[in-house]
Structure formats: C-alpha cells, structure tokens
Design a protein around this ligand. Structure first.
Ligand SMILES: [Zn+2]
Ligand SMILES: [Zn+2]
Length: 344
C-alpha cells in the first residue's frame, strides 16, 4: 500500500480569524502514540471559544477538534492497547503526568500538566492525527463514525456534569439544549429522571427536539419550571443562567456548570444560594468518565443527531454553531469517512 505523506487540515493561525485549509506533513507517532486516519470529528462549543479567542494560550498554529473518530494506521513502539485497523476515539483529555497531587488522588481531569486535544495538542480537523493511546477509547460498534463523534466530548463532559447532578434527585433541569444536552437527556430519561429542558427564549424547535428525546417539559430559559428542580446543569455559556437556575432549584439542590467558558455571572441575592444550594463547575474528563459513558450509551441506546459538514467547511460549521443553528451536533467528515484504509 502506498503510504501518503501529506494531509489536508483546517488550521487556526490567529484567533478570531477563519481557519485555513492547508496541506501539511502527516505527523509521525511517538512511542506511546497511534497515527489515526480521521473519519469524523465533532465540532464542539469549546472549539468555538478557542477560535474566537476566549480561551487563553492555545497552541498556534493549531488544528482544532477533540471529538475524533478514526482508524489506527500506524502504532508507536510501546502501543499495546490498540491494533492496526481498529476504530478508536480521541477525546479532549490528551495527556496527564500521572504524578501531580491531582492525578494521585484520582482527579486526572485537574492535572497540573494536562494537555488537551485540539487546544494544546493538534486535534482532528484533519485527515490524520496522532494521539496518546492511553487516553483513547474503542468505539462501540453500534455507532457510525459520525454518530460516535459527539459522544467524545458533548457526551463525556455532559456525562460528568450529569453524574455531579444526578445524586440530588429526580428532577433535572438542563439549560442550553445543544449537543451535550441532547445526549444527556436520553441517559437521564433512561435512568428515571424527569428532564426539564430550557432553551433560548422562543426557540420552539429546540423545545420540540428536547421533548422528542424524552424531556418531560421544555420551555424558555426565562421561565420557571412547573416543579422545583432538584438539580440543574448549565451547558449554555451564559453567566446569567446561574442565578436563573438557582431560582428554579429546590433546597439542597445543585447547579452544575458544564462549559469551559461563560459570560460574567451577574450578582444575585444570597437567598438564592441559601438552604444548602450548591453551584459548581465541571472541568475536562477522566478516562473513567469515558469508559462509563461509552458502556452506557449503547445500552440506552443513546442516538446522536448529527449535522455533517465536509472537513473543508469547518468555518461554516463553526459559524452555524455560533448562531445556534445546529440541532444536535455538527460533525466534520473527511474524504476517508467512507473508505477507511483506502490510502491511495
Ligand atoms: Zn497530574
Ligand atoms: Zn468539547
């Protein structure tokens, strides 16, 4: 088989500028890395925050993308978990040192020296990528490449947020009904939760979408739900939703912020927090979160709704996400998406 040496990639050279389509050398895997022929890569709101310059110090130039599904085409000398031809997924958490005080106490998501795919490491808006095998996951067979991609961040971070909220009771509010919410609503309904979906005011199609996926109630983020919530997850990057969610939450309830970036939180009266309400954020993921979600997802079964774009249209996909025009998740598809291992 002829081995190609060049690949197409969508590259961020300067924040707040469109990505550029470039031809680059295919990276070589290090001892712990696999070389992956990318079939599909999800477009996450975090990518938008990086491209828009809202997150500090990205690698530059950068290939974004951290919901990568592809086939292993080359393995480094120390790779044991995966074999050639295997379909795997690459998530946001790309590396940890394994020895800082966070790693030692099981909080590798907070590692002092973590590296993140598509942020401080090159990601999957490309025909090929390399990834550290220790942070990759096998992809359940039930999913196509495109359907699996959103599970790898929207699903994983969503699931970690859901785990933090789920212990508080059965009434779960979800603010912002995008990629993460559409996955987690299905998991929550399957586990017997009543889901209350809050969307941008007036977004009837998102509310209808939420009900179709199992939400018991759907309305505007400015509405009060018909019952007090036991817990709420905020996926929308809107700081004013924190007091709004606290106002809708019962005594002892928790508000979990699942996003990496939010607009400033307005001040609010202490009585909204009183009676043991909790506000917390969720950062990154652990490998255990990934293993749990990828086990549960095919059991539910979680169906992901994806809007495919060719790799070359990454800017259009990001722009649609920015304008709230994506139902479910946007996913970039490479030319190999249909014919893996056809490297001619
Ligand atoms: Zn660490
Ligand atoms: Zn993400």
């Amino acid at each position: 088989m002829k081995t190609p040496t060049k690949m197409l990639a969508m590259v961020l050279e300067t924040p707040r500028q469109p990505l550029r389509l470039l031809e680059l050398p295919i990276p070589q895997p290090g001892p712990e890395q696999v070389l992956i022929q990318v079939h599909a890569c999800g477009v996450c709101r975090t990518d938008l925050h990086i491209v828009d310059g809202e997150l500090p110090n990205p690698k530059l130039p950068l290939i974004p993308g951290h919901e990568i599904v592809g086939t292993v085409v080359q393995v480094g000398s120390d790779v044991e978990r995966f074999r050639l031809g295997q379909r795997i997924g690459v998530p946001w958490l790309g590396y940890t040192d394994g020895q800082c005080r966070y790693c030692r106490r099981g909080q590798e998501n907070l590692c002092d020296h973590a590296l993140f795919t598509g942020y401080t490491l090159d990601g999957g808006y490309a025909e090929y990528t390399v990834a550290d095998q220790r942070y990759c996951f096998p992809i359940p067979e039930a999913y196509s490449d495109a359907e699996a991609a959103p599970l790898l961040c929207a699903g994983l971070i969503g699931y970690r947020s859901y785990r933090m909220a789920a212990a508080s009771g059965e009434r779960l509010g979800i603010y912002g009904f995008g990629a993460a919410a559409h996955i987690i609503t299905q998991v929550a309904a399957y586990q017997g939760k009543r889901v209350y979906a809050f969307t941008r005011p007036g977004d009837r199609s998102a509310q209808e979408f939420a009900r179709r996926l199992g939400a018991a109630w759907a309305g505007d983020s400015t509405d009060m739900p018909p019952q007090e919530l036991d817990a709420a997850i905020i996926f929308a990057p809107v700081g004013s939703l924190i007091p709004a969610a606290l106002r809708a939450t019962a005594k002892g309830g928790i508000v979990v912020c699942g996003g990496i970036h939010m607009s400033d939180v307005p001040s609010f009266p202490y009585r909204l927090l009183w009676e043991e309400r909790v506000v917390r954020s969720v950062a990154n993921l652990t490998r255990q979160d990934g293993e749990e979600l990828l086990t549960i997802a095919p059991q539910v079964p979680v169906r992901t709704e994806v809007q495919p774009f060719p790799l070359e249209q990454a800017n259009e996909a990001l722009d649609n996400l920015r304008r709230g025009k994506i139902q479910g998740a946007a996913v970039l598809i490479t030319s190999s998406g249909r014919h893996p291992l056809n490297t001619d």
